[in-house]
Design a protein around this ligand. Structure first.
Ligand SMILES: [Zn+2]
Length: 296
């Protein structure tokens, strides 16, 4: 009998080791995953549910995602209904495990209201605002991973400094550009916080959600705006279909104007893992380089 137990024990251990184990930190978007990766030590696995090029407004969790969410230790999301089709599942899992929204520390006066009970969720490209969100995330992660408290605190301070340097650098660069030139046109309204932070007029063809339709009137008024401001470039976005912006270019040309298509900007999703743009600061630097070049 003893021999049998000796023989069976390693098998039992093997089975228990192979039992499906969830990811430690599951973030909905690549932007939120980046914030967690900046704070946590590399041994804590952070996974983004939505990969690059994915539009969070229209993202519906598939069966595999539900399993990933259910087996994760903690779940992080942006909040403010960015993940519009995930509201129900996030509410449900919050009954069983810690679920944290990046937007939590922001007060209503800091948010951009776009309609009755509708708040713009694109808070991350105002790096100063995001710095506050990340600082609070560090407090939450310290509670969840007390064994890594010291490293999270150190990383938080270092990353805050990096965000503020990137913020100030672009603020100073863009403030040298004449007011009349400081405008951008993109596929959807993902850059309102960016515009407010860096004093740039922004116009999106679609509203704050890509689920919103745009009409002929929007197309015509945006084309007029481009001609009046003398913008040389309109931008597509990596996570949004480029057809609307291509149609806008044609609308400008039909009105006798001329505008070119810029390289796609990162809006609701960061770049592929392994690229510089997989980090928020990398994507921000890429975006702002494209924007500054378009004003030359
Ligand atoms: Zn968006």
């Amino acid at each position: 009998m003893k021999t049998l137990i000796k023989l069976l024990l390693p098998i039992a251990l093997l089975v228990s080791c192979e039992a499906p184990k969830g990811v430690e930190v599951l973030a909905t978007t690549s932007v939120v995953a980046d914030a967690a990766r900046q704070l946590l030590p590399p041994e804590v696995e952070v996974q983004a549910l939505m990969q690059s090029n994915i539009d969070p407004h229209s993202y519906k969790p598939i069966e595999r995602d539900v399993h990933t969410i259910n087996t994760a230790k903690i779940v992080l999301h942006n909040g403010l209904h960015l993940e519009g089709k995930m509201t129900e599942i996030l509410e449900k899992v919050s009954l069983n495990k810690p679920v944290y929204a990046m937007s939590e520390p922001l007060s209503s006066s800091e948010l951009i209201n776009v309609g009755p009970n509708v708040v713009d969720p694109h808070i991350w490209f105002d790096l100063k605002l995001w710095e506050r969100c990340v600082r609070e995330l560090a407090v939450f992660l310290s509670e969840q991973f007390p064994e890594h408290r010291a490293i999270i605190q150190n990383n938080s301070e270092a990353y805050s400094a990096e965000l503020l340097i990137a913020h100030n650098t672009f603020y100073n660069q863009s403030s040298k550009v004449p007011d009349s030139l400081r405008a951008i046109v993109t596929a959807h309204d993902a850059f309102s916080y960016f515009g407010r932070a860096y004093n740039i007029q922004v116009k999106g063809l679609q509203g704050i959600s890509t689920a919103a339709e745009f009409g002929v009137k929007d197309m015509s008024s945006t084309a007029n705006f481009i001609i009046e401001t003398g913008l040389s470039t309109v931008f597509t976005e990596t996570s949004v279909n480029s057809k609307s912006i291509e149609a806008l270019k044609e609308a400008v040309e039909q009105k006798g104007g001329r505008v070119s298509l810029g390289k796609p900007l990162y809006s609701d999703a960061l770049g592929e893992q392994g690229t510089t743009e997989a980090s928020l600061i990398g994507a921000f630097t890429y975006n702002t380089t494209q924007i500054l070049n378009s004003w030359k």
